[in-house]
Design a protein around this ligand. Structure first.
Ligand code: ATP
Length: 432
């Protein structure tokens, strides 16, 4: 884990939040490569679960919501973790994550109490009970309160789903394990609305979809397991929940959740808001009946996805007699798809041709990097470390020193280290 964290910082994937001020616990900033990686993950997800399907639509709801929505969903009264405080050093811990004694000073703990994880904030210039609101602790809330809007404007047929990607905030008692548990993070969530009798089938479909996603994004299947959450451990409204766990470097932990939430959310919001959140089923089988749809919720954490990818692709091997570290990203998520080098930095004709190739490629595959620093071996190692699948070198043969090789370049493969000679005109299809 230390190796991954240090590579992330060194190569501009993830920095500690507010680092120059000593940091802010539970926050992380994604650097130039981290933001590319994260955007690739989100775009792939959006494409797979929204754009490529006929039964899904997207949403981007506000982070701040009317607090009544969080009262109705049960978050204001019940979104809490058990907290204990050490009687001696006063440090606070999550009761389910520590033993009998304080891990810092060995002191004993006081009573366990429930700590609400909602971030409270003030709306507007007056500071009273009326102006209290919350930063959303999950993106799902915005989906449920927009259910009627989407139904009224799109008239979807059941089953259908609404997807949203966005920030969520939880005042975690003990943020830890790098981006695994932070106080500000991102989620990709789907609420999939079904007829009550069809939930099992939809649940199975989404279970398969989660596996398809894991493969597409490059998370090691041999490190993922499903945990069927037992009756007593599930949220009271959920009739079935599976946690998809990943073998993180610090242990087997939840990566994603898949839950059957019955009609709990829509019914709760209908009751609290007075809005009619039922669905008129005018299909032949539905016969014009109104009912509240039931929901299957696959919930994906963006940051845990990033960490699981990094843990899956981090590789150390030996190449050409030297040990090297590289990130074996698949092409879809790799932050940089290819790097372009002139063989020598001090030969203007090589640099000019390399710039031409670079500009041509960048217009079609924007995630391209230019590198002319140090010798070729060093450049390869740098690109390996950030997981660039292909390195393209412009040499004298490209310029026609050997006329047969005019307008060809070498393309070096990250995983094997092998080079092949290809025509410039074929580069876009090779790297995209
Ligand atoms: P945990 O038990 O680990 O606290 P949870 O069961 O509370 O997680 P959910 O409420 O199911 O998590 O949230 C859905 C998803 O959001 C999780 O599967 C995870 O990927 C992500 N997530 C939840 N809390 C955090 C956090 N503090 N930091 C980063 N990602 C998170």
């Amino acid at each position: 884990m230390e190796k991954i964290i240090s590579l992330c910082k060194r190569r501009g994937f993830v920095y500690q939040g507010s680092e120059i001020y000593g940091g802010l616990a539970g926050t992380w900033d994604y650097g130039p490569l981290g933001v590319e990686l994260k955007n690739n993950v989100k775009q792939l997800w959006w494409r797979m679960f929204v754009q490529e399907r006929d039964d899904m639509c997207g949403l981007d709801a506000a982070i701040l919501m009317n607090p009544k929505a969080w009262e109705a969903s049960g978050h204001v009264s019940g979104f809490s973790d058990p907290l204990v405080e050490c009687k001696k050093c006063k440090r606070r811990f999550r009761a389910d994550q520590v033993g009998e004694k304080c891990p810092e000073c060995g002191g004993s703990f006081g009573e366990v109490r429930q700590f609400n994880m909602m971030f409270k904030t003030q709306i507007g210039a007056t500071e009273d009970a009326e102006s209290v609101s919350y930063l959303r602790p999950e993106t799902a809330g915005g989906i449920f309160v927009n259910f009627k809007n989407v139904v009224d404007s799109f008239h979807p047929k059941l089953p259908f789903g609404i997807a949203q990607i966005g920030k969520a905030f939880r005042n975690e008692i003990a943020p830890r394990d790098f981006v695994f548990r932070s106080r500000e993070f991102e989620q990709m969530e789907i609420e999939y609305f079904v007829r009550p009798g069809n939930w099992e089938e939809a649940f199975e479909d989404w279970r398969n979809e989660v596996h398809r996603w894991l493969a597409a994004v490059g998370i090691d299947a041999s490190k993922t397991t499903e945990l069927e959450v037992a009756d007593g451990d599930r949220a009271h409204y959920s009739k079935r929940t599976i946690d998809f766990e990943f073998e993180f470097p610090f242990g087997h932990k939840e990566l994603y959740g898949l839950a059957y939430r019955t009609d709990f959310d829509l019914s709760a919001h209908a009751g609290a808001s007075g809005a009619d959140l039922s669905f008129l089923d005018d299909s032949v089988e539905g016969g014009g009946k109104r009912f509240v749809p039931h929901v299957i919720e696959p919930s994906f954490g963006v940051d845990r996805t990033i960490l699981a990818i990094l843990a899956s692709v981090y590789t150390e091997d030996e190449l050409g007699g030297e040990t090297r570290t590289y990130l074996k990203f698949n092409k879809a998520v790799a932050p940089i798809k290819a790097a372009v080098f002139p063989l020598l930095k001090n030969k203007p004709e090589l640099v000019a041709k390399a710039r031409e190739v670079y500009s041509m490629l960048k217009k079609q595959v924007p995630q391209i990097m230019w590198d002319d620093n140090g010798n070729i071996g060093k450049r390869y190692r740098r690109q390996d470390e950030i997981g660039t699948p292909s390195c393209i070198t412009i040499d004298f043969d490209t310029l026609g020193e050997n006329p047969e090789l005019l307008d060809t370049v070498t393309v070096r493969d990250r995983d094997t280290g092998e080079q092949r000679r290809v025509a410039i005109v074929d580069l876009v299809s090779i790297i995209s």
